[in-house]
Design a protein around this ligand. Structure first.
Ligand SMILES: [Zn+2]
Ligand SMILES: [Zn+2]
Length: 395
């Protein structure tokens, strides 16, 4: 029987077992970089499958799975394991047992799909060629991102994968469907912190003060030209000032105003050029108006870029596996993913698994207290991951 057909059958027959695993992980969520029990669970599962692994970045687990001629090819499959500081509001038997913590981004599903794929690939190891690196990483939800620590600890070396695949649940995509996108797919995300300082004083004597509120206002308005006048209009980018705090009464000009915001981009060169523009505007405006200013840009995840050739290969396999009518195009998003760290280093393919089911009321977005998935997606998620591990090739 063809390898693809064997993968399909195994994914179908193991689906219920892995749905139970997902429910276990869902009931026991852990915050970023604290995935101790989840990591232990993954390690135990790999041990039972006879797959050797090493530990990286604290709670990260990297399994090495060898097929025929292990040196000839190496493909990495990545899952993230962390949950979010959200109190779950779903009324389900496997509701989070950890108060204030919830798998609201589907990382329980990602971990489950990779464990299932590992089992199938192990059982079929005489039928595919090369090595598959199974990456279970911590801390996707929290800067600077678990992926950056995994790379620091050598996850992309010994052996060096030629390509990496990552899966994310998509609550706006109906269950049974999958989606891909070539090239730019998600944005970089940097945090902006600005503090304007000056001599405050009586509001009736502004001539004796530096009006930090006025300076901050000018900065907010001036920052709007960073993108509108400098960024290529064909290049998506967003700069939002999301918080202004200063002053507390009508007759005092405050000596300090604090602001925060987010900057998103799809191009790494533009991203760092924009950082400079932001700095020039913030510092120049404050100087011109006689105020002091402190600007801190917390550099977050790089943008996610899907290699065109790998995209073609993956989409082709998915069409063969599921049928062309089940394969969609992912829309461009300004959200961020630490998968970007991998995709900046080696060819990557970050794809979406449909988990929405309107009839069953499963429609909530990620990062909401009512987020859930239609678990029949797990069979597809396992099968495709195994398929990419076994058959994806890149020159
Ligand atoms: Zn998330
Ligand atoms: Zn996520």
């Amino acid at each position: 029987m063809a390898l693809m057909e064997q993968i399909r059958q195994k994914a179908a027959s193991y689906a219920n077992e892995y749905i139970a695993i997902r429910q276990h992980l869902h009931a026991h969520p852990e915050l970023s970089y604290q995935e101790y029990k989840t990591s232990a669970f993954v390690q135990e599962h790999l041990r039972q499958l006879g797959i050797p692994f090493s530990i990286m970045a604290g709670t990260g687990v990297v399994g090495i799975l060898e097929g025929k001629n292990p040196e000839s090819r190496c493909i990495a499959l990545r899952a993230d394991m962390d949950a979010l500081p959200i109190q779950e509001e779903n009324d389900i038997p496997y509701k989070s047992q950890n108060p204030g913590v919830m798998h609201a981004c589907g990382h329980d599903v990602h971990t489950t799909c990779l464990l299932g794929a590992a089992r199938i690939l192990k059982e079929l190891k005489d039928q595919w060629t090369g090595t598959v690196k199974l990456i279970f990483q911590p801390g996707e939800e929290k800067n600077p991102g678990g992926a950056s620590f995994m790379i620091r600890d050598g996850v992309l070396e010994n052996p060096a994968p030629a390509a990496i695949f990552g899966l994310h649940v998509h609550p706006q995509l109906p269950v049974g469907r999958i989606s891909f996108r070539a090239g730019k797919v998600m944005a970089s995300a940097d945090e902006i912190y600005i503090t304007v300082k000056g001599t405050g004083g009586h509001a009736a004597a502004p001539n004796l003060t530096t009006d930090t509120i006025l300076v901050a206002s000018h900065i907010v308005v001036a920052l709007q030209q960073v993108i509108s006048r400098n960024c290529n209009p064909q290049q998506p980018s967003v700069l939002s000032i999301t918080s202004i705090q200063g002053g507390h009464t009508t007759n005092v000009i405050p000596s300090e105003v604090k602001m925060m915001g987010t900057f998103r981009a799809m191009d790494e060169e533009w991203r760092f050029k924009a950082h400079e523009l932001i700095r020039n505007i913030v510092e120049g405006t404050a100087r011109a108006m006689g105020a002091e200013v402190n600007l801190h840009i917390d550099v977050g995840y790089p943008s996610v870029y899907n290699n065109e050739e790998l995209h073609e290969v993956a989409k082709g396999l998915a069409v063969e596996y599921m049928g062309a009518d089940k394969v969609d195009e992912t829309e461009l998003r300004m959200g961020a993913e630490d998968f970007g760290y991998y995709s900046q280093k080696i060819p990557g393919c970050f794809y979406r698994l449909g988990v929405m089911n309107k009839e069953r009321g499963i429609v909530s977005g990620v990062h909401t207290p009512t987020f859930n998935v239609d678990e029949s997606a797990i069979e597809t998620g396992i099968g495709l991951m195994a398929l990419f591990g076994a058959l994806a090739e890149i020159r």
